[in-house]
Design a binder for this molecule. Structure first.
Ligand code: CTP
Length: 448
C-alpha cells in the first residue's frame, strides 16, 4: 500500500484545494492530510485565516479524499509524521517547489501542479470590503502603523491628518504616496471608514468623540482617556452608533501574552494570589513624556501595560489602590502602585527616570508564571512549579512592532460587528481610565 501525506491550511476550502487533494490521493492508496493548527498559522505569520481548525478539518473530510486527517502543530512535525505513519510520498502544491526537498531523505517528494487563479488569500480579500483607515496624529507611534497594517488583509491606510502638516507629511515620505495628507478634518473623515487616533493623550477624548460623531470606527492609542466617565461615555456613544471603539494596547493582542492569560485562567498555576508587573524606559528629558502640561509621567505613559495583566487576572473589583510616585518637575518619573483585592494583591512599577527589572510574575497556589523583560511584547514565558520537572517553557511569534495583532483584531471586530474584544474588555479599559483619573486627582497618593 502506498501512503501519501500532504499539508495545508485549507481556509475557505476552494477548487484549488480539491484538485490538489484529488491529485495527491491518485499518487497512492491512502492519503493523510495535515491541517495546520490556528496557533501554528498565527506563529508563521498567517494572521487572517477565517475558518478555525475544526471547520477546516471538517471541510477537508467532506471532500472525501482524505483517509486520515491530522493536525500540524509545530515546525519539524512533517519529519515525525512521515516516520510515524510510514509515509511513502510527501505531496504539496508547486508553489512550494524546492522548499521541501529536505524531506527526500525520508520519503519521495512530489510537487503537484497548482490550480491557477484561485487561493484562500484571494477569497478572503474578495469576501471582505477593504476598510479605509486614516491616521489622526502623526507622531512617533503612528509612523509604525502603515507598515504594520500592510500585513493585515482588508486594510487600506489611505489618509493622514495632523495639526502639524510636517508630521503628517513625514508619514507619507516614509510610506509612499498611497497615503494622502489632509489639511481639513472633515475632508479627512470623508475619505475613511475608520480612524487610528495617535494624538497626545489629552487630545484623545476630543479626537475619539469627533471621529465617532463622524460615524467612524476608532482605534485609539493607550491610555485611551484619563477619566473613567469619559471612557464610559465614549464606549456608550460607539455602541449606540454601531461603531467599534478599541483601545490600542498592543500587549493585549500579543500572541504569547494572550495565550498566557488563557492558560492561567484555566488554572495551570492554581488560584492567582499575586501579580507583579514592571516596566521602565529611560527617555530623553526634553520629550513630551516629561511635560506635565501634556499629561506626561510614567503612570500615563506606561501604566496601562502593567495594569493589563492585573485587571485581566484579578478583575476590576479591587478594594483599594495606593500610588507611591517620585515627582520631578510636576511629573512622576517613577511610580509604584499596590492594588488589594479581597483575596489577592498586585503591584506594579513604572519608570521614566528610574530603571527597574521589567518582568511579570504571576503567583498562584500551584505554581507561578514568569515572563522576563520585555514581557509587554514577549515571545516567551515559563510556568514554574515546586517540582522543577514540571516546569514548562512556551515560545511564540512576535513580528515587527506587534501593532499588526491589534490591527487584525480591530478589523475582525469591524467585519464581524463585534463591539468588544475579549483581549481587552470595555470594563477593563474603563477601569484603567478610572485608575488614571485617581492618579491625576492624587487620590491614595503618597509621594516618595
Ligand atoms: N493549492 C493548489 N492550488 C491553489 C491553492 C492551493 O494546489 N490554487 C494547494 C497548495 O499548494 C497546498 C494546498 O493546496 O498544497 C493547501 O494550500 P493552502 O496554503 O491551504 O491554500 P492557499 O489557497 O494557497 O492559501 P493562502 O492563500 O492562505 O496561502
Amino acid at each position: 500500500m502506498t501512503r501519501v501525506i500532504t499539508y495545508g491550511t485549507y481556509d475557505l476550502l476552494h477548487q484549488g484545494h480539491i484538485n490538489l487533494l484529488k491529485r495527491a490521493k491518485a499518487l497512492g492508496d491512502y492519503l493523510i492530510v495535515g491541517v495546520t493548527n490556528d496557533n501554528f498559522d498565527r506563529d508563521r505569520g498567517k494572521l487572517n485565516v477565517r475558518n478555525n481548525v475544526l471547520e477546516r478539518v471538517d471541510a477537508v473530510k467532506a471532500t472525501g479524499f482524505a483517509d486520515k486527517v491530522i493536525i500540524e502543530d509545530y515546525v519539524g512535525q512533517k519529519i515525525d509524521d512521515i516516520q510515524k505513519y510510514n509515509v511513502d510520498i510527501f505531496a504539496i502544491g508547486s508553489d512550494w517547489e524546492g522548499k521541501f526537498d529536505y524531506l527526500n531523505e525520508f520519503c519521495k517528494v512530489v510537487y503537484l501542479p497548482r490550480t491557477e487563479g484561485i487561493s484562500s488569500t484571494m477569497l478572503r480579500d474578495n469576501s471582505q470590503e477593504t476598510v479605509k483607515v486614516g491616521i489622526l496624529g502623526c507622531g512617533r507611534v503612528a509612523r509604525r502603523f502603515p507598515s504594520e497594517a500592510s500585513v493585515v488583509s482588508g486594510v487600506d491606510v489611505c489618509a493622514a491628518y495632523d495639526i502639524d502638516a510636517k508630521a503628517a507629511s513625514s508619514i507619507i515620505d516614509e510610506n509612499g504616496n498611497s497615503i494622502k495628507m489632509f489639511d481639513s478634518l472633515s475632508d479627512f473623515y470623508d475619505a475613511v471608514d475608520a480612524v487610528y487616533v495617535a494624538t497626545p493623550h489629552l487630545a484623545h477624548y476630543r479626537c475619539i468623540k469627533e471621529s465617532l460623531l463622524a460615524k467612524k470606527h476608532v482605534l485609539c492609542e493607550t491610555p485611551m482617556v484619563l477619566d473613567g466617565s469619559e471612557a464610559k461615555e465614549l464606549y456608550k456613544l460607539a455602541e449606540t452608533q454601531g461603531d467599534v471603539l478599541m483601545e490600542a494596547n498592543k500587549t493585549a493582542h500579543c500572541p504569547a501574552f494572550n495565550h498566557l492569560m488563557v492558560m492561567i485562567k484555566s488554572g495551570v498555576i492554581g488560584k492567582v494570589v499575586d501579580v507583579e508587573a514592571s516596566l521602565s524606559q529611560l527617555l530623553d528629558k526634553s520629550g513630551r513624556e516629561f511635560d506635565s502640561e501634556q499629561a506626561g509621567g510614567a503612570m500615563f505613559e506606561q501604566g496601562s501595560y502593567p495594569l493589563l495583566p492585573i485587571l485581566k487576572l484579578l478583575g476590576v473589583n479591587y478594594e483599594k489602590i495606593e500610588f507611591f510616585p517620585r515627582i520631578e518637575n510636576g511629573v512622576d518619573v517613577y511610580t509604584k502602585g499596590l492594588i488589594k483585592y479581597p483575596d489577592a494583591v498586585s503591584s506594579f512599577k513604572v519608570g521614566l527616570d528610574v530603571k527597574t527589572e521589567g518582568d511579570l510574575v504571576i503567583s498562584g497556589t500551584k505554581g507561578y508564571a514568569y515572563v522576563p523583560s520585555p514581557w509587554w511584547k514577549t515571545d516567551y514565558f515559563e510556568l514554574r512549579y515546586e517540582d522543577q520537572n514540571e516546569n514548562k517553557k512556551f515560545f511564540y511569534k512576535w513580528d515587527g512592532y506587534g501593532l499588526r495583532y491589534e490591527i487584525q483584531e480591530f478589523m475582525s471586530c469591524i467585519v464581524n460587528k463585534r463591539f468588544s474584544s475579549a483581549r481587552l474588555r470595555r470594563r477593563e479599559s474603563i477601569c484603567m481610565a478610572e485608575i488614571m483619573q485617581q492618579f491625576r486627582e492624587c487620590k491614595n497618593y503618597f509621594k516618595i
